[in-house]
Ligand binder design. Structure first.
Ligand code: NDP
Length: 383
């Protein structure tokens, strides 16, 4: 039976991994919509290859270019933020949410409001919107399937289990490429992006290097698996073989293992609750040899501490932390600030504002996001 899929962020790393799986099982899938931000050439190429119903480019100025690139293909072309949300709300069996950053929030919410099954890679959306998103999932009868490898691992370990019988959840972290680097002030964007185990987009690669990725994942886990923040732990596991663990009250710990390839968690979402083939080689534990585990060093990498504090504070803090981090990462990648200033800037933005008001709607989340971006830009200018 053919199933339909929409991929938000089709031209990115998660988008490419998703399309690779679709390509390998071509007869089983129909592509409803593909979206991108500005990469018209790649979007048009993919839309033609897969015969997408619609291709949407977020940057409205590029609509003409997209129309030209799709001429004669039969693929509809659209542009702008409203068109992204329209694409996300088209009926589809599954919507892959793989836009990077809070820019993906409105389309994710549009899919949720249709009661869709959403495979969620876009962690920044859930971190920013938290209760607003989980309430919308409940209200509209939508389903969130976690794509992030750690959350997908936890989700798998919870199959057949009950949250009230969970003693702890352990998120594993590779520690990123800078775990053993002494001078964090001297780190270049190229060094920060060179992840030892995973091949990912630039923003999440920098987040892995600062450990903000794990901080965002802590908040993400807190919303997806509400066992209480005090029960969610972070352990550095440099080999990235165990993707996360769930410990039950009887002392049993279940872990999910696999290669460091996003096609594994993506496949688990695409086929859920069944399984599908992937091109992964069997896991060769003797070849891996040893698995090691460490406590995170929050003095050198304060991001996980900041994220935990933001999650505990609630209110505007998680959306503010996320927005400030997005601004800081973009500034670091553009060569405007040093690596070690990313966490300092996020902390300064969190300390500068009143975090007490919790957002109650998508618009209020977006207001907090915009305010935190302005504060981060201003602090960057003055400090
Ligand atoms: P990439 O940077 O590789 O791709 C991002 C995608 O989003 C691209 O299609 C890009 O379009 C699009 N995009 C960027 N900005 C906007 C915008 N303002 N409006 C609309 N679309 C936009 O990111 P990744 O694939 O690495 O990550 C995507 C999400 O998945 C992130 O939230 C990340 O944290 C999460 N994730 C990623 C993993 C990975 O292995 N990569 C693992 C786990 C989670 P264009 O190409 O035109 O710029």
């Amino acid at each position: 039976m053919t199933r339909s899929i929409t991929i938000l962020g089709a031209t990115g790393s998660v988008g490419a991994s998703t399309l690779d799986l679709v390509r390998r099982n071509r007869a089983e899938w129909r592509i409803e919509a593909l979206t991108a931000h500005s990469n018209v050439a790649e979007l048009a190429k993919l839309a033609r290859e897969f015969g997408a119903g619609v291709a949407v480019i977020a940057d409205e100025a590029r609509l003409g270019e997209l129309k030209e690139a799709l001429a004669g293909s039969g693929v509809e072309a659209a542009a702008g933020r409203a068109a992204l949300c329209e694409a996300a709300s088209r009926p589809a069996d599954i919507v892959m949410a793989a836009i990077v950053g809070c820019a993906g929030l409105a389309p994710v919410m549009a899919a949720i409001e249709q009661g869709s099954t959403v495979a969620l890679a876009n962690k920044e959306a859930l971190v920013s919107a938290g209760e607003v998103m989980t309430a919308a999932v409940e209200k509209h009868g939508a389903t969130l399937l976690p794509v992030d490898s750690e959350h997908n691992a936890i989700f798998q370990c919870l199959q057949g289990g009950r949250l009230d019988e969970v003693r702890t959840i352990t998120l594993t972290a590779s520690g990123g490429p800078l775990r053993l680097v002494d001078d964090l002030d001297a780190v270049t964007p190229e060094q920060a992006i060179a992840h030892p185990n995973w091949d990912m987009g630039a923003k999440i690669s920098v987040d892995s290097a600062t450990m903000f990725n794990k901080g965002l994942e802590l908040i993400e886990a807190h919303h997806l698996f509400p066992v209480g923040l005090d029960k969610i732990r972070i352990v550095v596991h440099p080999q990235s073989v165990i993707h996360s663990m769930v410990e039950y009250r009887d002392g049993s710990t279940l872990a999910q293992l696999g290669p460091s390839d996003m096609r594994v968690p993506i496949a688990s979402c695409l086929a859920y609750p069944a399984r599908m083939d992937t091109p992964m080689a069997p896991l060769d534990l003797p070849a891996i040899g040893e698995l090691s585990f460490f406590h995170p060093d929050e003095d050198r990498f304060p991001a996980t501490r900041l994220a935990r504090q933001a999650a505990e504070a609630g209110g505007a803090a998680p959306a503010t932390l996320n927005a400030a981090n997005e601004v800081a990462v973009a500034a670091f990648l553009a060569g405007k600030i040093k690596f070690s200033r990313i966490a300092l800037l996020v902390e300064a933005v969190l300390n500068a504002g009143n975090m007490s008001a919790a957002p109650r709607s998508l618009d209020e989340v977006l207001e907090i996001d915009a305010g935190a971006r302005r504060a981060a830009e201003a602090l960057m200018e003055t400090a």
